[in-house]
Design a protein around this ligand. Structure first.
Ligand SMILES: Cc1cc2nc3c(=O)[nH]c(=O)nc-3n(C[C@H](O)[C@H](O)[C@H](O)COP(=O)(O)OP(=O)(O)OC[C@H]3O[C@@H](n4cnc5c(N)ncnc54)[C@H](O)[C@@H]3O)c2cc1C
Length: 276
């Protein structure tokens, strides 16, 4: 990351808000332009702050690597994310990072990929899908299983149509259907039989509520997917983001620096990683 010689990990960079695009009633995509070029990869996160409100970890939702803005998909959850939702184009936000290990991309080489997302869990997985689309040789067939509570809570729905046209198998399901809904109804984990890949040979990347992550990881393991190829990214209450404060200490690891991306092998015997 080019940080103009800044060595203090607690010192944020400013970023101009270029655009705020509502995705659902509670979630918006923030396009921001940091004051210096920042490189990042899928699965990493930034500590995003607003003076007077506070600082929160938010995953990168864009692919990066080009001249485009950094994109952050933020759900209004409480104090800080609520204040972020008050931002408009022309406002300033502050960033520390990128932090975290990111997704192991090499794992997918020569393998089919199953991306399993629930709700806002699509945010960190979007750049992963974009990476597979930009690098067609990097994986075999890519399937997205995405579940939301209601159709209007599906994030990136129009973009998913484009992913489908570019070869991604996109399977959508909702808990509660609405008039005109033509997708599935029920849990995302009920969709395994519709995946056209051999799950035993594939790799899975999962993000969503804890209860969904726990179910998806366990079921894929029982279906024969090796535990080191079942990958997830975890959320935790964190403050510093750099392994100093201990807020996200889980068993033998820090979620901020050892993760937030872990394999099922790394976390299955540590119940404190997942609370749901
Ligand atoms: C690595 C990482 C990446 C994340 N990426 C995204 C993202 O891309 N988009 C997004 O919308 N959110 C993301 N989150 C979650 C986001 O950081 C929390 O929603 C945010 O910290 C809530 O802060 P707040 O001040 O708005 O809410 P608060 O007022 O602090 O809390 C509101 C509610 O959210 C709960 N909460 C607070 N912090 C967290 C947390 N870290 N994890 C789970 N629950 C929490 C509280 O217990 C409370 O119930 C990520 C979290 C982590 C750790």
């Amino acid at each position: 990351m080019k940080r103009k010689g800044r060595e203090n990990v607690y010192l944020p960079l400013s970023a101009d808000v270029e655009e705020v695009i509502p995705l659902t009633p509670e979630t918006s995509l923030f396009r921001v332009r940091p004051e210096a070029a920042i490189e990042y990869s899928p699965g990493q996160f930034f500590m995003v702050s607003l003076w007077g409100a506070g600082e929160v970890p938010i995953s990168v939702a864009s692919l990066g690597g080009g001249d485009g803005p950094l994109e952050l998909c933020i759900r209004r959850a409480g104090l800080v994310t609520g204040a972020l939702h008050g931002l408009e184009a022309g406002d300033t936000v502050w960033l520390r990072g990128p932090y975290g290990n990111g997704f192991p991309l090499d794992l997918s080489r020569g393998r089919d990929v199953v991306v399993v997302a629930g709700g806002i869990g699509m945010a960190p997985l979007r750049p992963l899908i974009l990476w597979f689309l930009e690098n067609p040789g990097a994986a075999g067939r890519v399937t997205l299983l995405y579940g939301a509570k209601r159709p209007e809570e599906i994030v990136f729905r129009e973009e998913m149509d484009g992913w489908r046209e570019r070869g991604v198998d996109v399977l959508l399901t909702v808990d509660t259907p609405a008039k005109g809904w033509e997708g599935r109804t029920g849990l995302v984990t009920a969709l395994w039989q519709d995946v056209r890949s051999d799950l035993q040979k594939a790799v899975a990347y999962i993000c969503g509520p804890d209860v969904m992550i726990r179910a998806a990881m366990g079921e894929l393991f029982l279906l024969g997917m090796p535990e080191e190829r079942i990958i997830t990214t975890l959320e935790a209450h964190m403050k510093c983001g750099v392994g100093k404060c201990g807020h996200c200490y889980a068993g033998p690891r820090y979620i901020c620096t050892d993760g937030p991306v872990f394999s099922y092998r790394e976390i299955r015997s540590h119940s404190h990683f997942l609370t749901g």
